[in-house]
Design a protein. Structure first.
Length: 208
């Protein structure tokens, strides 16, 4: 199998971290150019979304979408990422969905900030996105979720998704638009020390 990834994508990093956390360290990881327009077109032939991550199976089939890749990794590894009990699984899926939402809000906010620099902006959109981002951070900081995911314990699909999403928001300096959240900062900082995270740090060589 081959995992096609990108150094700047939170979705791609989620798949990379999942591989390492599942113990699948021998699977090849290839990093693509920052953007599709820069090449690597053959790598996307099995992915109609035309984006990383993309997992090519041994039979040549492609699995795309980071969540589906993580589910496949879980199945292939014998259940390393998805909790077995229904309650724990539901909590992991909630964290997974919240992480996806954080990435979506962050991507929209980053685009809006860039558009604003060029004089093209949607009135009120920046404030709305910052409000949504702040609300999500408040839920994580003050809600019961954080108390159930000690960062030094085995990681599931939800904790991996959440850690890579929050670290991406820091990487893009988008967390600067929300108030400090000390509990959340502590959790991310501790999780960031895991070998799976230090081996997959964000990097963006593009000017975008």
């Amino acid at each position: 199998m081959i995992l096609f990834s990108q150094r700047h994508s939170p979705y791609a990093r989620k798949a990379e971290v999942a591989l390492l956390e599942a113990g699948l360290t021998t699977i090849e990881v290839r990093h693509l150019a920052d953007h599709v327009s820069q090449g690597d077109t053959p790598a996307y032939e099995e992915n109609p979304l035309n984006a990383a991550p993309l997992l090519i199976l041994d039979d040549g089939r492609g699995v795309f979408d980071s969540e589906e890749i993580c589910f496949y990794i879980d199945e292939f590894s014998g259940g390393a990422l998805v909790p077995k009990s229904s309650d724990a699984r539901q909590e992991a899926m909630i964290r997974q969905r919240l992480a996806t939402g954080l990435c979506e809000i962050g991507a929209d906010l980053r685009w809006e900030l860039q558009q604003n620099q060029t004089g093209i902006s949607v009135p009120g959109l920046r404030e709305d996105l910052i409000f949504q981002l702040s609300a999500a951070y408040d839920i994580l900081e003050n809600g019961p979720v954080m108390g159930k995911i000690p960062p030094d314990q085995p990681a599931d699909i939800g904790t991996i998704a959440l850690a890579t999403a929050l670290d991406w928001l820091t990487f893009r300096s988008l967390d600067a638009y929300v108030l400090p959240h000390p509990n959340l900062v502590w959790w991310v900082d501790t999780f960031r020390d895991r070998p799976s995270m230090t081996a997959t740090e964000y990097e963006d060589l593009s000017e975008f």
